[in-house]
Design a binder for this molecule. Structure first.
Ligand code: HEC
Length: 164
C-alpha cells in the first residue's frame, strides 16, 4: 500500500514537472530570445578589442586617474617627438601595424589606462582584461616597455588627443 502511494506520488510529480515544463515553454520562448540578444550584444562589444570602447577601466599601473583639461598644444608637440622616437616602430596613426592604429585612441580608452599601457605594458597584458584581449588580437606580440618617464607619457597622451 505504502509503495503504491509512493509510486503514485512519483507519477504525480512527473506529471507536474512536465506540465510545469510546458507552461514554462511559453514564456520560456521570450526569455530565451532575450538571452540570445544579450549574448549577441556582448559578442559585438567583445568582438575586437582594438575597436571596443571602454572609458571606465584605468588599467594596472602607477596612474590611477587623469583629468584632461583643454588641449595643450605645446605639450602635444613635445609628445609627438617622444612618440616618433619610441613608438613608431610598432604604431602608426591611421593604420594598424605591429600594434593597434592609435587614431582616436583617447575616445576609446580612459586616459589613465593609456598612461598605464605606456608605463606598464608587461603587467597590463597579464592583469588587465582589455590589454589581455588586445594581446590576443595582436597574436601575442608584446608591447615593449620603452622606459618612458611619467612626464613624457603624459606628453604622448596629449599628442594622442590630437591624433583623430
Ligand atoms: C614592440 C612594439 C611596440 C612598441 C615599441 C610600442 N607598442 Fe604600443 N602596442 C603594441 C602592441 C602589440 C599592442 C597591443 C597589445 C599587445 O599585444 O601587447 C600595443 C598597444 C598599445 C596601446 C593600446 C591601444 C588600444 O587600441 O587600446 C597603446 C595606447 C599603445 N600601445 C601606445 C604605445 C606608445 C605610446 C608607445 C611608445 C611609447 C608604444 N605603444 C610602443 C606594440 C608596441
Amino acid at each position: 500500500m505504502k509503495k503504491t502511494v509512493y509510486l503514485a506520488s512519483i507519477a504525480l510529480s512527473i506529471l507536474l514537472v512536465s506540465c510545469g515544463g510546458k507552461e514554462e515553454k511559453k514564456d520560456g520562448f521570450s526569455m530565451n530570445r532575450q538571452k540570445t540578444e544579450t549574448v549577441k550584444k556582448k559578442a559585438v562589444s567583445t568582438d575586437k578589442a582594438s575597436t571596443r570602447i571602454d572609458l571606465e577601466s584605468t588599467g594596472v599601473g602607477p596612474v590611477s586617474s587623469i583629468d584632461l583639461g583643454a588641449l595643450d598644444q605645446s605639450l602635444a608637440d613635445k609628445g609627438k617627438g617622444v612618440f616618433d622616437a619610441n613608438c613608431i616602430a610598432c604604431h602608426m596613426i591611421g593604420k594598424r601595424f605591429v600594434g593597434p592604429d592609435l587614431t582616436g585612441v583617447t575616445a576609446r580608452r580612459n586616459p589613465a589606462w593609456i598612461m598605464n599601457m605606456i608605463l606598464n605594458p608587461e603587467n597590463m597584458v597579464k592583469e588587465d582584461q582589455l590589454a589581455k584581449d588586445l594581446f590576443m588580437e595582436f597574436n601575442g606580440a608584446p608591447m615593449s616597455n620603452q622606459n618612458i618617464s611619467q612626464e613624457d607619457a603624459r606628453a604622448i597622451l596629449e599628442y594622442l588627443r590630437t591624433a583623430n
